[in-house]
Design a protein around this ligand. Structure first.
Ligand SMILES: [Zn+2]
Length: 141
């Protein structure tokens, strides 16, 4: 392979990756659009319980709302997970999204950072976004 071919491949992969991430971001936003807001601690408790039941999650889940860059999930210990919800993500669908990661055990290992990132962007995240988009057609929320 000459260097021109290599440059073309690198450019193609970069543009493709950029478009792919843009598409994921767009679909994720679309799945959150017009979702029921969480306005109080009572709302949070109620919606969390409804959404856990909806996805058949039996383990304990605590939610912390923070002023951070993105929402994510942490496993605290066996049977206890924590959702860190970004301030702007205090909506039912965002909670559903994070709970779906818990249900699918998408909570990242730290052993293989590159592999884990690829798995996240090309498998776990699209699977969760598709789940959320499909589920909106099935229920009233
Ligand atoms: Zn996600």
């Amino acid at each position: 392979m000459n260097s021109e071919t290599v440059s073309t491949i690198v450019l193609g992969v970069s543009v493709g990756g950029f478009l792919y991430l843009g598409l994921l971001h767009y679909l994720n936003k679309k799945s959150f659009h017009n979702s029921e807001p969480i306005n109080s601690k009572e709302d949070l408790e109620k919606i969390l319980n409804e959404e856990k039941e909806r996805q058949g999650i039996k383990s304990k889940v605590v939610v912390s709302i923070r002023n951070c860059k993105y929402s994510y999930v942490e496993n605290i210990e066996q049977g206890l997970d924590k959702i860190i919800l970004k301030q702007e993500h205090t909506k039912r669908m965002c909670l559903r999204h994070e709970l779906n990661h818990i249900k699918n055990k998408d909570i990242g290992g730290k052993k293989y950072p590159v592999f884990d990132q690829l798995k996240y962007y090309f498998y776990q995240e699209p699977r969760t976004i598709i789940h959320c988009i499909k589920s909106r057609k099935e229920d009233k929320f």
